[in-house]
Design a protein around this ligand. Structure first.
Ligand SMILES: NC(=O)c1ccc[n+]([C@@H]2O[C@H](COP(=O)([O-])OP(=O)(O)OC[C@H]3O[C@@H](n4cnc5c(N)ncnc54)[C@H](OP(=O)(O)O)[C@@H]3O)[C@@H](O)[C@H]2O)c1
Ligand SMILES: [Zn+2]
Length: 340
């Protein structure tokens, strides 16, 4: 049987092991994708370190910013065929049974198949995907650029367009990493007054170049106070995985403002009730989106000229690449390039 390379987490918390596995066969309603590129998201740390309410089955292959080409379709697959170029994100499929699914609201499926967590993802030369989780990816877009749009792009574009902010409103983006660098660009292109919030002076010039109207160095100033001085944010996109930083910026919301919680944090977030009551503010949790949202993200990105800034690594350097994502301040998304 033909084999492929896969980077698996054999044991919770351990480095990736590069292993040879049999190339998997697609089952009913599934396709097999030959992976071109796969972004490394901070969310892949959930699979690696087991930060999930239910136990994760190891070994597990993470990777949910996948672009590749279908090379085999399973029984009963309707629309897709071998040769199609596709992307796969965090929400890889739906249960079709829960109440949101039955009403057609697949984005809110309560038991979605999660790529790289409840089934193996794109840190491999081939992967199996559910047909309903596939997004069509334009031929002209390089895989290393399109991959990060399947999670980082999708999550930020989708949450911004559902944040309740309108053109001219103040929108703050906290954290300028894989998600944040795209959130700043989308917020600018969507016509928001965009405020980038990050620690230190280093990121200022680049944040302004990406389209931010203002930069707040949260290490030198009280970001909430600065936002209130501007009139208060209509939305704060919390992408920095740090509960203290999120708790501290909450009071930067203006009347009816929403803190859009995108980052997963280890510690609980503290809320001063008065910060929410006065001005009817709220906290909105946001989870990426589904395949149609991914296609709309790809379309908007191309239309508006948003740039995905990546650092490419060959697949065999997966451990180095993951470490760079987690601790190395990449500019801005680390992406694995497949192929021997
Ligand atoms: N809700 C969803 O559907 C969804 C989807 C994707 C990702 N996520 C989550 O979103 C978060 C971000 O993911 P990512 O891939 O963008 O991560 P990333 O590339 O590692 O970026 C995180 C950024 O946050 C910054 N940061 C950390 N602590 C900070 C603080 N105290 N103040 C200001 N900035 C701070 C980091 O800056 P430094 O470089 O200065 O450390 C880094 O630039 C993760 O928690 C991930 O799990 C959620
Ligand atoms: Zn992700």
């Amino acid at each position: 049987m033909a084999t492929m390379r896969a980077a698996q987490v054999t044991e919770k918390g351990k480095d990736f092991d590069m292993v040879e596995r049999d190339i998997p066969e697609p089952g009913e309603g599934q396709v097999r994708v030959k992976v071109e590129a796969c972004g490394i998201c901070h969310g892949d740390a959930v699979a690696k370190y087991g930060w999930w309410p239910e136990p994760i089955d190891y070994p597990r292959v993470p990777g949910h910013e996948v672009v590749g080409r279908i090379d085999k379709v399973g029984a009963g697959v309707g629309v897709w065929k071998a040769g199609d170029r596709v992307g796969i994100g965090w929400q890889g499929g739906y249960c079709f049974e829960c109440s949101p699914c039955r009403s057609g609201d697949f984005a809110n499926c309560v038991r979605p198949d999660i790529t790289g967590l409840t089934y193996d993802g794109g840190f491999a030369e081939y992967m199996i995907a559910f047909e309903e989780g596939l997004a069509a990816v334009p031929e002209g877009m390089p895989g290393v650029q399109a991959g990060p749009l399947m999670c980082a792009g999708l999550t930020t574009f989708n949450s911004l367009r559902h944040s309740g902010a309108g053109p001219g409103d103040i929108v703050a983006v906290q954290g300028v990493g894989g998600l944040g660098h795209l959130a700043i660009q989308y917020a600018h292109k969507l016509g928001f007054y965009t405020v980038a919030v990050s620690r230190g002076k280093d990121g200022e010039a680049l944040a302004l170049e990406l389209g931010a109207d203002r930069y707040i160095d949260s290490a030198a100033a009280d970001a909430a106070k600065e936002l209130r001085a501007l009139g208060g944010a209509k939305a704060i996109m919390a992408t920095a995985p740090n509960s203290k930083a999120i708790s501290a910026i909450l009071d930067g919301l203006g009347p009816n403002g929403k803190l859009v919680l995108i980052a997963q944090t280890e510690e609980p977030i503290e809320v001063n009730s008065l910060h929410l009551l006065v001005g009817r503010k709220s906290i909105l949790g946001w989870y990426s989106g589904y395949a149609k949202d991914s296609e709309e993200t790809l379309a908007f990105t191309r239309l508006s000229g948003v740039k995905v800034m990546v650092e490419e690594y060959p697949f065999e350097k997966v451990n180095e690449a993951f470490e760079k994502m987690l601790h190395g301040k990449p500019r801005f998304r680390v992406v694995l390039r497949m192929g021997r």
